[in-house]
Design a binder for this molecule. Structure first.
Ligand SMILES: NC(=O)c1ccc[n+]([C@@H]2O[C@H](COP(=O)([O-])OP(=O)(O)OC[C@H]3O[C@@H](n4cnc5c(N)ncnc54)[C@H](O)[C@@H]3O)[C@@H](O)[C@H]2O)c1
Length: 338
């Protein structure tokens, strides 16, 4: 069955969604809505969709199976709930929402309307991440000792001044939500839940531009007992430097790095080296900054396959909520000391 999509929010990432929907043989883009009617018109004509004049018109469109939400983080939850209550499945961009309470309301709306709620976490599809996941699932690593995350990116003035919502507390939420929720998702996906132990956050180089921190350092402990260490900043000089996860375990030390968790930077293993990885796709390039890996084709494919009963959801709403809950815990502990 062809899966028929509608899109809410016609900005940067919505172009990625539309391109892959249009290119997928099992998907069709029906209509789009944006609060900026001119933008919606232009975007719709570029991808052969019909513009909707209101969100309700899109939600009640009889030909649409699933709505993709590509609006600012702070309104994901209310749009998702309206779509679910209108009988549509929902694919929501990361982060799922800005609080665990909002995520719970979204899950309740999905369950009571018997609809599916997918969350975009495209870095799970990066070949090195999938290779490490297979080793973990096969119990090859042995006891996990420590996981170390380094996220050193650059977000310059233009990134914030060109946006109506980035940098605001209400609609963006914080650097952990917009930039680094991908990395929180990856350590959760690979190694499970954590409890933060200590942390501190500060706005080092974006005063007057953003209403929250640009830099943070945390220690944490996994439920398994392994230790964790997370250092992040959007104040790296001039450009993105690194986005990495180093894993120290009984039978291996492995570092997945590059700028976006797209290369194996180091491995010393007990005879099971990761090799012959497929080449990772390019990062999302937005002109004045680079985002995460561009695996949105795999997200759209997973939606099409899941709604046809041939696959299961790559990142479900409970996992999306868990990431939000972990970020809230980091901020709670970090704000105490800032
Ligand atoms: N997965 C990724 O790697 C990735 C990358 C970039 C952005 N994102 C996420 O995608 C979302 C959008 O980010 P972006 O960079 O495309 O932002 P953007 O500002 O380029 O686009 C957002 C669009 O939403 C529209 N909009 C705002 N409020 C709306 C509303 N209530 N109803 C309908 N339209 C509305 C705006 O007019 C704008 O066109 C964010 O949640 C962001 O975190 C994810």
């Amino acid at each position: 069955m062809t899966i028929r999509f509608g899109i809410v929010g016609c900005g940067y990432i919505a172009n990625r969604h539309a391109r892959h929907i249009v290119d997928h043989p099992g998907a069709q883009l029906i209509s789009a809505f944006d609060i900026d009617a001119d933008k919606c018109e232009k975007y719709s004509s570029e991808y052969g969709a019909k513009p909707s004049a209101t969100l309700q018109e899109l939600v009640s469109h009889p030909e649409i199976d699933i709505l993709t939400i590509c609006t600012p983080n702070g309104n994901h939850h209310e749009i998702a709930i309206q779509a679910l209550e209108g009988g549509k499945h929902v694919l929501v961009e990361k982060p799922m929402a800005l609080s665990k309470a909002q995520c719970q309301q979204m899950i309740a709306a999905a369950e009571s309307n018997d609809r599916l709620l997918f969350v975009v976490k495209q870095n799970r599809f990066n070949p090195p991440v999938q290779a490490l996941k297979r080793l973990i699932d096969e119990n090859r690593l042995g006891k996990l000792y420590m996981v170390n995350l380094n996220c050193y990116w650059n977000r310059n003035e233009a990134y914030y001044t060109n946006s109506a919502w980035k940098g605001t507390k209400d609609l963006d939420g914080g650097t952990l939500f917009t930039q680094f929720s991908h990395f929180v998702d990856i350590f959760y996906y690979l190694f499970g839940d954590i409890e933060p132990l200590s942390g501190v956050i500060a706005n080092q180089n974006h005063q007057g531009l953003i209403e929250f921190e640009d830099t943070g350092c945390f220690t944490f402990r996994f439920n398994s007992g392994a230790l964790g260490n997370f250092a992040y900043t959007t104040a790296a000089y001039d450009r993105n430097m690194e986005g990495s996860i180093s894993v120290f375990a009984e039978n291996a030390t492995i570092k997945i790095g590059g700028k976006y968790l797209n290369t194996i930077d180091y491995q010393a293993t007990n005879g099971f080296n990761i090799s012959d990885l497929p080449i990772s796709g390019p990062a999302n390039n937005y002109g004045h900054y680079e985002g995460s890996m561009s695996n949105h084709d795999k997200i759209i494919h997973n939606v099409v396959e899941t709604l046809n009963g041939r696959e299961s959801i790559m990142t479900n709403a409970h996992e999306g909520m868990k990431v939000v809950e972990i970020i809230e815990k980091f901020y709670r502990i970090g704000e105490l000391r800032s």
